[in-house]
Design a protein around this ligand. Structure first.
Ligand code: GDP
Length: 332
């Protein structure tokens, strides 16, 4: 049975990847932070499955900056594949807490690479990189050769980590890859990201639970895909004969207004009547034109982002409507 270790297993991508690996018959290990809250709702269905939890899915406590503990866990579990998904991934927040963003996104990745370098059985390593490394690029769409030009603390940290992965691959011979992911969303997206904030608000407003939606700049355009498509590509990357970097993207850029239209149309409302601008959500710097060219992933991995923006928005709104109706049932 192949085995995999995931950092960030409780996050959006980690939870989808864990499910996909389990369905591919992997033994799955996850590194989790010890916090006072044991709520890990994205993994709930796996915890409740007694054929899975502590049979084929195992969690281990370690902070990302605790190299000694991570080393011990990796020596003990000897995974075939290591997916490094953890880290503070909110770009807006990275302006508020740049040091800890870099500590985890940049130094956390380097620490993991150093541990892997020393292991006698080295797992194949995947780092989730980000379109934020391109910042304000000179070319559109971007591909694996596009020069990095980050403009946010998160982007700078991811640029460091992405380059370190390349260095460890080229200089130390690690099977290490960067998945350069454009925005990917889902029903499990954190509620402070703009897509989920919009779909939750559309659902709440349509049910009379909320009156207005306060947002920052609506000028940005993003290449938004569906998260499970992206985690599937990550697995495919580690099955290749050679370690390489891949851009994972839909190739289509949409504005925040497009996403607002799609989400509010799903509940038959006009978003213009509900959205207000709030300077609290404006950022000191914005990336405005990020769109990816995933033709390498398509030709080498046989992968294509399959979900359209409209399908994504409708799926997320439906989920949030259900969430509110479950809450109402529990409270009654
Ligand atoms: P990002 O691409 O990783 O920064 O993903 P986000 O979902 O956090 O933000 C996407 C875009 O939405 C950025 O251009 C934000 O400035 C913009 N945006 C506008 N209002 C908001 C808001 O209230 N919250 C967030 N997170 N983003 C917002």
């Amino acid at each position: 049975m192949p085995s995999a270790m995931l950092t960030g297993i409780t996050g959006q991508d980690g939870s989808y990847l864990a499910e996909q690996l389990l369905s591919r018959n992997y033994e799955v290990h996850g590194l989790v932070r010890r916090t006072s809250s044991t709520q890990r709702e994205r993994l709930d269905s796996l915890f409740k499955d007694d054929q899975v939890y502590e049979k084929r899915l195992f969690l281990h406590y370690a902070e990302l900056d605790d190299a000694t503990t991570i080393r011990r866990i990796l020596v003990k579990t000897q995974p075939d594949e290591l997916y490094h998904l953890a880290g503070q991934s909110h770009v807006g927040t990275s302006f508020e807490i740049p040091e800890s963003t870099c500590q985890f996104a940049a130094m956390g990745t380097l620490k993991l690479l150093e541990i892997v370098r020393d292991l006698s059985k080295q797992p194949r390593f995947l780092h989730i990189s980000s379109s934020e490394i391109f910042g304000r690029p000179e070319v559109t769409p971007q591909n694996e050769q596009t020069p990095m030009c980050p403009v946010t603390p998160y982007g700078v940290a991811k640029t460091f980590a992405t380059n370190m992965v390349r260095l460890y691959r080229d200089s130390f011979g690690l099977f290490a890859c960067n998945a350069i992911c454009y925005n990917h969303e889902s029903e499990r997206r954190g509620e402070s990201f703009v897509t989920r904030k919009i779909t939750k608000a559309a659902a709440a407003i349509s049910l009379g639970l909320q009156k207005k939606l306060k947002l920052g700049s609506l000028d940005g355009r993003r290449d938004w895909g569906y998260a499970p498509d992206y985690t599937d590509a990550m697995w495919r990357m580690l099955q290749q004969p050679e370690p390489e970097d891949y851009v994972l993207a839909t190739g289509a850029a949409h504005s925040i207004r497009d996403f607002l239209s799609a989400a509010f149309e799903a509940v038959e409302l006009d978003w213009r009547e509900y959205v207000e601008q709030d300077p609290r959500y404006m950022r000191p710097a914005e990336v405005t034109q990020l769109v990816g060219n995933a033709s390498k992933a398509e030709s080498q991995l046989g992968w294509k982002a399959a979900t359209t923006l409209n399908d994504l928005a409708v799926r997320m709104v439906r989920h949030d409507l259900q969430l509110y109706s479950n809450q109402a049932r529990q409270n009654s």
